[in-house]
Design a protein around this ligand. Structure first.
Ligand code: BTN
Length: 321
């Protein structure tokens, strides 16, 4: 842990009283002059620190930024979030994650960005977000499973986002296969990209986009009628750090379940959150269009569609039209 991280940790440990320069200096193993220098450094990142002569320093406010020190504080996950990287700006967190994974990056590494210049959605679409407002992240996973089961990865991410939203009082559901919706409006999306070797997954880049504090006013007229955000739903500014910590915690738990082969449990949750099951739907998958009653999911995450003639057809991926 570097000195600034240690200083942030010390300040967090006592926010209701002042920490003297001497106490901090001892804890950090530096001089009092160096303490002041580091206080200035963390202030420049956006931390509000009160300094009172003869009393010391007190943390008043943490910046609204996705800082690794803040995300990692109190985060008790076993895989996901073991390494956290934050970019002020990048093309796409999934591009960065792909590069890191290709050069051997560890499973559970999460890449966040405050701003993406080329955010990607499924089917070649753009993912639009506003600087410093939302959650944009990609997770590197190396699950020991066949590519046929990779929909389960999308499902655990989508279910985790829904769980987080429920903790904020937002009743979200999953529109098959990867949209997170609230009363029909999209609040988030999952982009699962897999790299395979023989018949095994080499790595998965799990991209998650969640509209947090972007107001609908910020959205383009194209999506304003079909999109929503947490701030819009709760009418309150949302703490992104808290949201991220919850997200990583839920994903870590579900990923553990997945690794233990608890496919049916995962599917049960997905069924609970599904906004698609029990409806008559039309799905475009490649050049084919499927139509029928969305009956259930199988344990690999494929959707079972019951057609008019009673036959059941499996649809592995696609888009509701
Ligand atoms: C979709 O609904 O089509 C999926 C959207 C996924 C967006 C996220 S934002 C973080 C990560 N980086 C990207 O470029 N895309 C994913």
């Amino acid at each position: 842990m570097d000195i600034n991280s240690k200083l942030i940790k010390a300040l967090h440990s006592r926010t209701d009283e002042y920490l003297s320069g001497t106490e901090i200096a001892v804890e950090l193993g530096v001089s009092r002059t160096a303490v002041w220098k580091h206080i200035e450094q963390i202030r420049s990142v956006g931390y509000e620190i009160e300094a009172v002569p003869h009393l010391g320093y007190r943390l008043v406010k943490v910046p609204d930024k996705l800082l690794p020190d803040e995300i990692e504080r109190g985060l008790k996950t076993s895989v996901i979030g073991k390494k956290i990287l934050v970019y002020e700006k990048c093309s796409s967190t999934s591009d960065v994650a792909e590069e890191i994974a290709r050069s051997g990056g560890k499973e559970g590494t999460v890449i966040f960005a405050e701003h993406q210049t080329n955010g990607r959605g499924r089917l070649g679409r753009q993912w639009i977000s506003y600087k410093g407002k939302d959650i944009l992240c990609s997770v590197i996973l190396r699950p020991y499973m066949t590519p046929q089961n990779s929909s389960l990865i999308t499902i655990i991410a989508a279910a985790s986002v829904c769980e987080v939203l429920r903790e904020f009082g937002i009743l979200a559901g999953i529109k098959w296969p990867n949209d997170i919706v609230v009363k029909g409006r999209k609040i988030g999306g999952i982009l699962t990209e897999i790299n395979t070797e023989m018949d095994r997954i080499n790595y998965v880049i799990l991209g998650i986009g969640l509209n947090v504090n972007s107001s609908l006013k910020n959205l383009s007229s194209k999506v304003v009628k079909t999109a929503t955000s947490m701030i819009h739903e709760t009418e309150n500014k949302v703490d992104r750090i808290e949201t991220v910590r919850k997200l990583l915690k839920f994903m870590d738990h579900k990923y553990e379940e997945l690794k233990r082969g608890k496919y049916s449990e995962i599917m049960r949750e997905c069924i609970d959150f599904s906004e698609t099951l029990g409806r008559v739907v039309k799905i475009r998958s490649g050049k084919k269009v499927y139509a029928g009653y969305a009956q259930d999911f199988d344990d690999s995450g494929a959707l079972n569609l019951r057609k008019d003639d009673g036959a059941v057809e499996k649809v592995v991926s696609g888009e509701l039209i």
